[in-house]
Structure formats: structure tokens, C-alpha cells
Design a protein around this ligand. Sequence first.
Ligand SMILES: Nc1ncnc2c1ncn2[C@@H]1O[C@H](COP(=O)(O)OP(=O)(O)OP(=O)(O)O)[C@@H](O)[C@H]1O
Length: 229
Amino acid sequence: MISATHVTKSYASSRRPALSDVSVEIAEGEFAFLIGASGSGKSTFLRLLLREDKPDSGTLVVAGHDLTRMKASSVPVFRRTLGCVFQDFRLLEGKTVAENVAFALQVIGTSRRTIDKVVPETLEMVGLGREADRRPHELSGGEQQRVAIARAFVNRPRLLLADEPTGNLDPETSEDIMLLLDRINRTGTTVVMATHDRHIVDRSRRRVVELVDGQVVRDDSRGTYGVDR
Ligand SMILES: Nc1ncnc2c1ncn2[C@@H]1O[C@H](COP(=O)(O)OP(=O)(O)OP(=O)(O)O)[C@@H](O)[C@H]1O
């Protein structure tokens, strides 16, 4: 699903590269944590996977698309195969829960009939079947993140990218969000999650890719947050 080969990325304003010679393969259906200290390059890697930015060198293939060669005009179609979730939820305040989720389908031209079917199904799946008509500010942080996950998943993406999805949540709520991401992964969607949440990583015993100063220093198939010796 993801094949990064010798990917390097620098920002004009900083001395050292944000990512340096990163090679990682993530298979279809995998769940991988991306960990590392603040500034280690996690968000940069996710931005490249989303094709929000391009590597300076190396190759990056995501869901069969070579992102280093992709034309700008092909990016919107590529992004339909992805879902994204962020730490700060990024919901539209002027829209209800259902409208937030429906909006993700409207912008890609999905029919009203399909929207009316899949939005309630997806809200049910994330445990928000009864909250469809509420506004984001009326919900708890955990509930808002569920809406964001519903919005990311409503199109049944092949790949879900999550950048610190539990960063603003208490431990118990974080655990619930993790269970939901696990459930999504079990439907066959590949999940890549950047996180600082040691507890979640340690409990999950999933693949752990660790970055230090933009380099992959560890890649464990059933890893923990700290080094497992
Ligand atoms: N837009 C930018 N312009 C210049 N430098 C940037 C930019 N974005 C990130 N960087 C730099 O690139 C490096 C990697 O940053 P990145 O945000 O990818 O790290 P991160 O691991 O996601 O950190 P955090 O956990 O704090 O989100 C850092 O040194 C950062 O200062």
C-alpha cells in the first residue's frame, strides 16, 4: 500500500532535512504506528503520503500511485483513496454531525441516495447514530474525533492516515478511539497513525516505525513505544 524508497525532504528554512533517506514498506491491510519525538518528521511523512508536498528525492508509491511523478491534476482523484484524521478534529462548525460526514461525499459527487444511506450507517458504526443533528461544539472531544473518523471513513478509503488522533483526548477516550481505528483496520483499510501515545502503542503491539531526526531508526512488527530488549 505504501512503498517509500530513499525518501528525503528538506524545508527551505531549516538546516537539516525533515526526512532523510527514509525507506518503508507498509502492506495493504496493515496497521502501523509512526512514533518519534516532536520534530522527528512524522507529520512531514504523512504530508508526503497525502501528496500535500513532494519528496526532494527518492520514490513514494501509495495505493499504486507514484506520487513523485503524479501530475497535480491527478491529485484529487488520488486523495479519494485516502482518509485523514487530525489531532484537532477539523470539523465544520456551521454544519451538523451528519452534514460534516455527508460533505466528504458531496465534494466528490456522490449521489444523494447513496449519501442518505451511507452517512447514517457510518455514524452508527462510530457510535454516533443519535447525534446526527447536533453541532460539533455540542459534543465532547472524543465524540468530535468520532465524527472526524466517520468523515474520513465514509468513502471506505483503502488507506487511513491519522496524525496524533488521540493527542487532545484523555486516556479512556483515547482507548475508545483506538478501538474504532482497529475496527476500521479490520475492514481491510490500511491505517498509519502518528502518535506520542505510549500507552496505546504498548497495548496494541502493532508495527512500530520510529523516526529520529528524520531517519527511521527502528521498525518492529509487534513493537512497543520504548525499545523492547
Ligand atoms: N512548513 C515547514 N517549514 C519549515 N520547516 C518545517 C515545516 N514543517 C516541519 N518543519 C521542520 O521539519 C522537521 C520535522 O517536522 P514534523 O512536523 O514533520 O515533525 P513531527 O514529528 O510531526 O513533530 P510533532 O510530533 O511535533 O508534530 C522539524 O525540524 C520541523 O521544524
